[in-house]
Design a protein around this ligand. Structure first.
Ligand code: S3P
Length: 454
């Protein structure tokens, strides 16, 4: 199997069985908050100062996109980022196309930002992003008066001609997606009158929180149909100071490793604990994991805390569909953890996993089967039979399909496998967690690059 792989352009990584992981670490800044901080800074009047920005490939694409639209974005020596914005409606006509790389959040939120400003942009992305659906944002954004063309099938490249005389929109989300919600709210900022999004199922609310911090006129109410979020447009945003907390979706990997590796105790400090993001923690508690939240505190409108995890005896559980939005990026690593539980873990409501950086449902099922784990998958569900704590067989090369979270999840699985687990390409890990390999090795994990194959 290893010999069949063409690794000429890739970065294969390998994880071996490891024990006694220990230490206190911090993971890089939250990806969702980082994108939004740069974007709202680019729209605000004055200088927004961002501490703890995630400096990953995805966020750097957003930085470059905002610079192309006329914002000034600078990194200072002390690691802080300074964004001088253009004012609502002040984006300039960019030259050439804007490439968002692997980032769905970047391209979809930026589409909202430009849809109500009379400029013309062409957005592109890498092979993975170019397969992902853009129709979900095109549908609401054309209602504002924007003209949008995509490739056949509603994919990138996408040309947007922003509306010169945008009209306000009321939109009920057909899919539980914070990206779609955010695109509509951001478009609404440059529209006379009120734009409303109704979300039947709560999704991450970083856009709403941050808009409030920038002084936007935004309000929320609970209705029978779900949460109604209304933004009044044409109000200037005021630059502010933002400290980005650690990304819970990145913290999930060292915490998972501590839970499944014998003799381990790891604390991740300064983790974002916004309730729209803590589904994995809830699930791990139900599975019986040794997981504690320490020193929960408030920071810049978000709850943060330290999360301590230790080797655990886990039991399989049913993870209900309604929890999916609060842990949508954590299913690959949960599937890896479930491989060590006593009994079966069933995850429901996973339709959205099919349209992430890869078809994550298929990629997880394929990778687990390759590693000797018993797995069953349906259209929107997954079942994993656990070993009850014993190592999984491993000894496979897992295809990552250009997906950072598939790569990291299977490297974690390999930390308790009889034979090493390889991932065909770890390059994409830089999109969200560039420090993943050194951070994990610092805790005692045996993960290495197989550069000789490159
Ligand atoms: C994100 C929302 C989620 C998530 C993605 C980041 C965001 O996507 O999977 O990694 O920052 O709004 P959807 O909104 O499409 O579910």
């Amino acid at each position: 199997m290893i010999a069949e792989l063409d690794c000429s352009m890739s970065l294969p990584l390998q994880a071996r069985r490891s024990e006694n992981l220990s230490g206190n670490v911090r993971v890089p800044g939250d990806k969702s908050i980082s994108h939004r901080a740069v974007m709202l800074g680019a729209l605000a009047v004055g200088e927004t100062v961002i501490e703890g920005l995630l400096e990953s490939a995805d966020v750097i694409r957003t930085v470059q996109a905002m610079a192309a639209l006329g914002a000034r974005v600078e990194r200072h020596q002390d690691g802080s980022w300074h964004v001088t914005g253009c004012g609502v409606g002040g984006f300039a006509q960019p030259e050439g196309t804007i490439d968002f790389g692997n980032s769905g959040t970047g391209v979809r939120l930026a589409a909202g930002l430009v849809a109500t400003t009379p400029i013309r942009v062409i957005f592109t992305g890498d092979e993975s992003l170019s397969r992902r659906p853009m129709g979900r944002i095109v549908e609401p954004l054309v209602k504002f008066g924007a003209r949008i063309d995509t490739a056949p099938g509603g994919t990138l490249p996408m040309r947007i001609i922003g509306a010169a005389d945008p009209v306000p929109v009321e939109y009920e989300l057909p899919v539980p997606s914070a990206q779609v919600k955010s695109a509509v709210l951001l478009a609404g900022l440059n529209v006379p009158g009120e734009t409303t999004v109704i979300e039947p199922v709560a999704t991450r609310d970083h856009t709403e929180r941050m808009l409030r911090a920038f002084g936007a006129d935004i309000r929320e109410e609970m209705t029978e149909k779900g949460r109604r979020i209304t933004v009044r447009g044409e109000k200037e945003l005021k630059a502010c100071a933002i400290t980005v907390p650690g990304d819970p979706s990145s913290a999930a990997f060292p915490l998972a490793a501590a839970v499944i590796c014998p003799g381990s105790a790891v604390t991740v400090e300064n983790v974002l604990l916004n309730p729209t993001r803590t589904g994995l923690i809830e699930t791990l508690h139900e599975m019986g994991a040794e997981l504690r939240i320490l020193e929960p505190r408030n920071s810049g409108g978000e709850i943060i805390g330290n999360v301590a995890a230790a080797t655990s005896s886990l039991r399989g559980v049913v993870v209900p569909a309604r929890r999916a939005p609060s842990m949508i990026d954590e299913y690959p690593v949960l599937a890896a953890i479930a491989a060590f539980a006593e009994g079966t873990t069933r995850m429901e409501g996973l339709a959205e996993l099919r349209v992430k950086e890869s078809d994550r449902l298929a990629a997880v099922a394929e990778g687990l089967a390759a590693c000797g784990v018993t797995v069953r998958a349906g259209e929107d569900w997954l079942e994993v039979d656990g070993t009850g704590g014993a190592p999984v067989p491993g000894g496979a090369v897992v295809r990552t399909h250009m997906d950072h979270r598939i790569a990291m999840a299977f490297l974690v699985l390999g930390l308790n496998a009889e034979a090493p687990v390889r991932v065909d390409d770890g390059e994409m890990i830089t999109t969200s967690f560039p420090q993943f390999v050194p951070l994990m090795c610092g805790l005692g994990a045996d993960i290495e690059e197989l550069r000789e194959e490159a």
